[in-house]
Design a protein around this ligand. Structure first.
Ligand SMILES: Nc1nc2c(ncn2[C@@H]2O[C@H](COP(=O)(O)OP(=O)(O)OP(=O)(O)O)[C@@H](O)[C@H]2O)c(=O)[nH]1
Ligand SMILES: [Mg+2]
Ligand SMILES: [Zn+2]
Length: 299
C-alpha cells in the first residue's frame, strides 16, 4: 500500500501527498480507529501514513506511523522546527507568551527559532536588546520586515529540508512573512481582505506548503492561550534552557529553583545572568501548572 504525508485536514478529510509522487494529493477518510498504547489517536497534519487509494482521487488512511513529535497547538505532528513568530508592534511583543511557547516546544522536543516581524515599527536599539536577551537564553532570533525585506532570506534558509511550523498570535504577520519568503504561494493576509471590505482575513486551518528546495512549511491559525497539559513541575523547570544549562550545579537533583538552598539558577538570577522576566514568568507558569494539576487530579 502507498505511503504519504497528511498535508491538510479539513471537514473529516485528510489530504495525503503521495510519497512516490508528492504532487499527487489524495483525499482520504480515516478507516476505523487508530490506537497507540491502547489510547485512541486521530490523524494529524504532518503524519506519515499508509493509505489505500482504489481510484486516483479518493482513499482511506489505513495506518499512522510513529510520530517523532506532536504539538497540540497548533495541532501538527513530526515538526522539525517551530518558528515562533512575534511582532514588534501591532500586536505588541509579549515576552510572557513567547516564554510560554518556548516551554511547549522544549517539552515537545522540537527545535525553535524566534522571528520578530514588523521590525520596521521598532526602534533599532529595542530590537537589538531583545535579540541579545534571547540569544543569551540559547535561541536564534531573526528580526524581519516585509517592507524592507530584512531577515526574510535568513528565515527562508532555516526552513529548507524541514517540516517547519509558523506559530504565533493572530495578526503578527505569519502569512505575510510566508508570502514574502515564497512569492507565488499567495496566502491570504489581514491586509488583502481589508481592501475587499470583508473584515480582516485570518488563517483558519493548518496546511503544509511544499518548498521547492525540499521540506514543508505550515501556516497556522493564530492562538494566544496554551494549557500545560501532560507536564510535571520538573518538566516545566527543564523547559527553560537558561535554567537547564545550570541545573547540574544545583545542590539537589530535580531542583525546581524556587526555594531550594544552594541553587545555581537562583544564584545566576542574583548575579544578573538570567533575565529577570524569564524567572518571573517561570514562577507564574508554575502557579498555573499547579492549579491545572489540582483541577485535574486523578483520584
Ligand atoms: N509594518 C508591517 N506590517 C506588517 C508586516 N508583516 C505583516 N504586516 C501586517 O500585519 C497584518 C497581519 O498580517 P497576517 O500575515 O495576516 O497575520 P497572521 O499572523 O497570518 O494572522 P492570522 O492568520 O490571523 O493568525 C497585515 O495587515 C499585514 O500587512 C511587516 O513586516 N511590517
Ligand atoms: Mg495568517
Ligand atoms: Zn536550582
Amino acid at each position: 500500500m502507498p505511503e504519504g504525508r497528511i498535508v491538510k485536514a479539513l471537514s473529516g478529510f485528510y489530504y495525503v501527498a503521495d510519497q512516490a509522487n508528492p504532487e499527487r494529493i489524495v483525499q482520504c477518510r480515516a478507516r476505523g480507529l487508530f490506537k497507540k498504547k491502547g489510547a485512541k489517536i486521530t490523524p494529524l497534519v504532518g503524519d506519515w501514513v499508509v493509505f489505500e487509494a482504489p481510484n486516483d482521487r479518493d482513499g482511506y488512511v489505513m495506518e499512522i506511523e510513529e510520530r517523532t513529535s506532536e504539538l497540540v497547538r497548533p495541532s501538527i505532528a513530526n515538526v522539525d522546527l517551530a518558528v515562533l513568530v512575534f511582532s514588534a508592534k501591532e500586536p505588541d511583543m509579549s515576552p510572557l507568551l513567547l516564554d510560554k511557547f518556548l516551554v511547549h516546544t522544549e517539552h515537545a522536543g522540537i527545535d525553535a527559532i524566534i522571528v520578530i516581524t514588523k521590525a520596521d515599527l521598532l526602534e533599532e536599539q529595542d530590537c537589538s536588546r531583545f535579540v541579545a536577551e534571547y540569544e543569551k537564553v540559547g535561541y536564534r532570533v531573526i528580526p524581519t520586515s516585509i517592507l524592507d525585506r530584512r531577515g526574510v532570506e535568513q528565515v527562508r534558509e532555516e526552513l529548507i529540508g524541514k517540516l517547519a511550523v509558523f506559530a504565533g498570535q493572530s495578526g503578527v504577520g505569519k502569512s505575510s512573512l510566508l508570502n514574502a519568503i515564497f512569492p507565488g504561494i499567495s496566502l491570504q493576509t489581514g491586509e488583502i481582505s481589508q481592501k475587499l471590505g470583508r473584515g480582516r482575513h485570518t488563517t483558519r486551518h493548518v496546511e503544509l506548503l511544499p518548498l521547492k528546495e525540499g521540506g514543508y512549511v505550515a501556516d497556522t491559525p493564530g492562538f494566544s492561550s496554551l494549557d500545560f497539559i501532560n507536564m510535571t513541575e520538573l518538566d516545566l523547570a527543564q523547559a527553560f534552557r537558561d535554567f537547564e544549562q545550570r541545573s547540574d550545579e544545583c545542590k539537589f537533583r530535580g531542583c525546581l529553583h524556587i526555594t531550594e538552598p544552594s541553587c545555581a539558577v537562583q544564584a545566576a538570577l542574583q548575579a544578573g545572568e538570567i533575565v529577570e522576566h524569564r524567572y518571573k514568568h517561570y514562577l507564574q507558569f508554575m502557579e498555573e501548572l499547579r492549579e491545572y494539576l489540582r483541577r485535574n487530579k486523578q483520584w
